[in-house]
Design a protein around this ligand. Structure first.
Ligand SMILES: CC(=O)N[C@H](C=O)[C@@H](O)[C@H](O)[C@H](O)COP(=O)(O)O
Length: 229
């Protein structure tokens, strides 16, 4: 069953449906409609945030889901503790995404301890959201079922590449035996294809598909900076 879920993601697109606190679309029904629309467009899985969103998406969308819970304003905020991860697992998602970086976690557990405990207590798959090659390697050694580049460019010790960090994708794909998920700043279909060519097992796209405020900003800036003919 676990193997099937992973296999269903091979060479496929995963769409992240998230709205940020205070935004007009921050509503589980809206994120579920986003997810249903992504499913119609060919997404193989949905990535989503927050227990209410995850419960509704689980009930209404017939695709596997990667769930996370963003909480707190510490450096580690993606499913930051074991308790958060267990709560996410209870929503019924197939995969729980946790912070897989080397930074201190609010509950004092290591990434390895968190993964081990999640596997001991649940049957979810664990995706480790990493920012470096070393973090990806340690997460895979610790039993992470999938390793993502999600946090590359978002830790104090990594640089934000303009598009996805394809170098990290390549390095991880050569270094670990588990699927490498390219996530973060994939803004065009060409970049998504490039991620698979660089060795990614799947590609997650969020902003460029599901965040209209940002997409509008790209267009507004382009229009605003054009010279009147
Ligand atoms: C760094 C962080 O907190 N990333 C979050 C992780 O779930 C989301 O805010 C991103 O939208 C997601 O990773 C997809 O990336 P992009 O939106 O760039 O396609």
């Amino acid at each position: 069953m676990k193997h099937n879920v992973i296999e269903s993601l091979r060479g496929r697109l995963i769409v992240s449906c998230q709205a940020y606190p205070g935004e007009p679309m921050r509503d589980p029904r809206t994120m579920t409609q986003m997810a249903l629309s992504a499913a119609r467009g060919g997404a193989a899985a949905i990535r989503a945030q927050g227990l209410d969103d995850l419960r509704l998406i689980h009930r209404q969308v017939e695709l596997p889901a990667i769930g996370l819970w963003k909480d707190g304003d510490a450096l580690v905020y993606i499913t930051p503790t074991l308790e958060h991860a267990l709560a996410v697992a209870e929503t019924g998602v197939e995969i729980v995404a946790i912070d897989g970086t080397a930074q201190n976690r609010p509950d004092g557990r290591t990434v390895a301890e968190t993964i081990a405990e999640l596997h001991r207590r649940t049957d979810v798959l664990v995706m480790a959201d990493c920012s470096t090659l070393e973090e990806g390697r340690s997460a895979a050694d610790a039993g992470a079922d999938l390793v993502g580049t999600t946090l590359a460019g978002y830790t104090p010790y990594t640089n934000k590449t303009a598009g996805p960090d394809l170098r990290l994708v390549e390095q991880l794909a050569a270094a670990v035996d588990v699927p490498v998920i390219c996530e973060g700043r994939v803004h065009t279909p060409d970049q998504a294809r490039g991620a698979i060519e660089a060795g990614a097992f799947s590609v997650v796209v969020g902003t460029a598909i599901t965040h209209p405020t940002t997409i509008t900003g790209w267009f507004a800036d382009a229009v605003g900076s054009a010279q009147h003919g």
